[in-house]
Design a protein around this ligand. Structure first.
Ligand code: CIR
Length: 335
């Protein structure tokens, strides 16, 4: 359960998780102290004015209005916003474990457009940042930051050519989050190694994410009430999430090799179909699962389990080891 936090700006608009509700008469007030139980919003109890005087006001008519128009996201796959960055032409120099040729720039650009459209169709407001030619891997924004309900953490990529991407992302996070923390080092963490579930944050130790980085992340996220669990990214696999995705509060899509490690013992796991391990990196966004096109058996399994599947071509991103999760930061602003 997350506290319901509504902010009312001086212009009379109420703000709840990035939404704006017009017509409130409680300008300048901040409302705290309510909870979301299941999908029901419990009536707020305490209303403070902007000066923090702690006045308690009778506001039931206002909240009836909010209940109708501003359901508050509370699941770890529900978001209102995403940040993406368009691929630079230098993507042909992007890092890769095995050379399968360079991505075709026109195709990767078209795929990126389709990906952004899929996010928008899932109900998200999408910020599209301009490409940074000096950083060939800059469209893989997930590795630069971790967005949590309380705030954002600027990460410290273990690939030296990608360190500057995190610095470049910081101001965009400050635009939407009140609290922005940073991994200061000496450790490293990349977002591709982080899986946020409903009850914990799993971080895979990998060639890009080390114990010191995980320890610093655990300290920052711990102060916001999150439990961080260190797990192992299988050897030879780029990131933990190369091999898994969150499907809902209890269910994970994973490759058989990652599932065999036992790290999902407390979850329900759906394994990728034989020969389709490359589609384990998908994203659950609001009511849909966005997965790479070309993996029909796994898509069928998910559809049979009741998930709404949307596919986006990923052949070009895959040439530089990219997938669905790396192309966006998904979050609900606190500003
Ligand atoms: C890299 O090797 O860093 C990029 N070419 C691919 C990053 C993919 N990121 C991710 O899965 N989170």
């Amino acid at each position: 359960m997350l506290p319901l936090r509504l902010r009312c700006s001086d212009d009379g608009l109420l703000h709840a998780a990035g939404s704006e509700i017009a017509g409130s008469e409680i300008a300048g007030s901040e409302i705290v102290g309510s909870e979301i139980a299941g999908s029901e919003i419990v009536w707020p109890e305490i209303v403070r004015d902007a000066a923090g005087a702690g006045r308690t006001l009778a506001l039931k008519p206002c909240f009836e209005k909010i209940l109708k128009v501003a359901p508050m996201p509370y699941h770890s796959w529900q978001f209102t916003h995403a940040i993406t960055r368009r691929p630079p032409t230098s993507i042909c120099n992007g890092l890769r474990a095995v050379d399968q040729g360079n991505p075709d720039f026109d195709r990767i650009t078209a795929d990126h457009r389709d990906y952004v459209a899929a996010l928008r169709n899932a109900g998200m407001t999408v910020v599209e940042l301009a490409p940074l030619e000096e950083f060939p891997d800059c469209c893989f924004v997930e590795d630069a930051a971790l967005c949590l309900p309380q705030g954002a953490i600027v990460l410290r990529p273990g690939a030296v050519t990608r360190l500057g991407e995190a610095r470049a992302m910081a101001p965009h996070l400050a635009d939407v989050f009140t609290q922005v923390e940073a991994i200061s080092g000496p450790g490293f963490v990349e977002g591709g190694d982080i899986l946020v579930t409903e009850r914990e944050i799993l971080v895979g130790r990998s060639a890009r994410t080390d114990a010191a980085g995980i320890a610093e992340l655990a300290q920052i996220a711990g102060a916001w009430g999150h439990r961080v669990r260190e797990v192992i990214t299988p050897p030879g696999v780029l990131h933990f999430k190369t091999d898994c995705s969150l499907l809902d509060h209890q269910t994970i899509l994973a490759t058989p090799r990652l599932n065999a490690s036992g790290c999902f013992a407390d979850y329900t796991v759906i394994e990728t179909a034989a020969g389709e391990e490359a589609c384990a990196n998908a994203i659950r966004v609001n009511e849909v699962v966005i997965m790479p096109a070309g993996f029909p058996k796994t898509a069928e399994i998910l559809i049979a389990r009741g998930y709404r599947v949307v596919t986006v071509n990923n052949t070009e991103c895959a040439k530089v080891d990219g997938g669905m999760s790396c192309l966006s930061l998904r979050f609900t602003p606190t500003k």
